[in-house]
Design a protein around this ligand. Structure first.
Ligand code: EPZ
Length: 417
């Protein structure tokens, strides 16, 4: 069941419930390490990255159980800050355990988190910021040892609004001696959700949602009962599926207020997007209109994680568009399979492409290479004439709980095979 088969050409109709946010759930699960009490995290998506995080927490000695509507975690017995083996290198988001484990144990040994196909994914910003808080890093046979006799609050200025570095600094700061002032913090809603979770556990974090965060130190955290917000990237994925197929869809629980840049692009492509009580309603044009330029940016700009989905929707738009990817250096892997399906895309350089709308795409067998590019290929199959098969879908299941079921509920002819 590692491939997805699609018969394209159906305009999506109906409503779909949006899952909990992967990129909020992961750092929040890491944050449960900071207390010896039990936390209950609701609306976690059932995806392989969350299962991977649960395995890591268990390997550290946490008691973790998946219950009816959430995950119950108790970290009172965590035994060691050592994480080795495939899980820590196979999953970038485990990097946020670094800050949490330093906050709880004062020491971590971990394999160097690997890069991936979308970019080299360095961690220099994490290391330099945590060093300012008193962490000493040493390298031993490919492992990183991080140790701090005492974590101290610090005044940190991030030169780049790194989401992961922001999260690690916050997770280390809540139990450090003294306050931390973080300037240049990432403003992504997933960072805000982490801060709200930690505050519900007794932390005092001010400036949530802004690029200037003040974290009070010397806090002892208690357990928290918290609900993970809906996933704005999954909502945006299905939004562009509606735009690409000329459909009309209600995205239940989609976080309208976190999607302004995305909705603005969809509207410029001819769709009508309306904030409804239940979420976001989108009525797409029969054929999307092109936009002259689309540029990704840190939040609240257009998210890099939806760049491939917008690219797919633009392949049959009336006109041409220049897409600029400013966050990662290799996030156009989806171009080659889209060309195979008939798209007219010119790669200008590592950070920009020009896509010219064609009449239609043709179904082909294509291969997912990474999470969001893989999901974009499913969208291409929805809009293509004939049958497509997307293989290597394990990448897609890292972030999408029920992509086939969700899209089938919207009328798509799609099955996992
Ligand atoms: C988070 O990754 C997300 N992952 C990514 O989503 C998302 O694309 C990214 O933020 C940007 O929004 C999770 O939250 C689990 P960054 P992260 O640190 O934290 C460079 C998905 O599809 N950088 O904000 O790794 C880095 O190379 C994933 O769900 C440094 O140079 O992203 C990149 O070019 C993909 N040095 C840029 O900053 C550092 O120390 C943004 O990276 C750290 C990052």
């Amino acid at each position: 069941m590692d491939s997805i088969q699609i018969h394209g050409g159906v305009a999506l109709q109906g409503k779909v419930r949006i899952q909990g946010s992967k990129n909020a759930a992961l750092p929040i699960l890491a944050g449960t390490l900071l207390t010896k009490e039990t936390s209950y995290i609701r609306n976690c998506p059932k995806i392989s990255d969350v299962y991977g995080m649960i395995n890591l927490l268990k390997s550290l000695g946490c008691h973790v159980s998946w219950e009816e509507s959430g995950i119950r975690v108790n970290a009172k017995d965590i035994c060691k800050g050592e994480m080795q083996g495939e899980a820590i290198t196979g999953m970038r988001s485990s990097l946020c355990l670094l800050g949490a484990l330093l906050g709880r144990c004062g020491e971590v040994v971990m394999e160097y988190p690997g890069g991936c196909v979308i970019g080299e994914r360095p961690i220099d910003l994490h290391l330099s910021a945590l060093s300012k808080m008193g962490v000493v890093f040493t390298e031993e046979q490919g492992f990183i040892r991080a140790a701090a006799k005492q974590l101290n609050g610090a005044h940190i200025k991030l030169p780049m609004a790194s989401v992961g570095a922001t999260e690690n600094i916050i997770l280390a700061a809540v139990t450090a001696q003294g306050d931390t002032l973080l300037e240049g913090a990432a403003r992504e809603p997933e960072v805000a959700a982490l801060c709200r979770f930690l505050n519900c556990c007794g932390a005092v974090i001010e400036g949530i949602g802004s690029s200037r965060l003040r974290v009070k130190g010397n806090r002892t955290l208690h357990g928290g009962d918290f609900t993970v917000p809906a996933d704005r990237i999954v909502a945006g994925t299905y939004l562009f599926a509606a735009v690409a197929t000329g459909g009309s869809v209600l995205l239940e629980e989609a976080p309208y207020s976190q999607m302004e840049a995305v909705l603005h692009v969809a509207e410029r492509m001819g769709a009508q997007c309306i904030a409804a009580r239940e979420g976001v309603y989108v009525q797409a044009a029969k054929r999307p209109g092109a936009i002259p330029c689309l540029r990704t940016a840190p939040y609240p700009g257009f998210p890099t994680d939806l760049q491939s989905m917008a690219l797919v929707a633009l392949t049959t738009a009336k006109g041409q568009c220049r897409i600029e990817e400013t966050i990662f250096e290799n996030r156009f892997r989806v171009v080659e399979p889209l060309r195979k399906m008939g798209a007219d895309i010119q790669i200008c350089d590592a950070h920009s492409v020009i896509v010219k709308g064609v009449e239609r795409l043709h179904g082909k067998a294509v291969e997912a290479k990474e999470l969001r590019g893989g999901a974009a290929l499913v969208l291409a199959g929805l809009m293509a004439e004939g049958e497509s098969v997307v293989s290597d879908c394990k990448y897609i299941y890292r972030g999408y709980e029920n992509i086939c079921k969700d899209l089938r509920e919207l009328g798509a002819r799609i099955v996992s095979v």
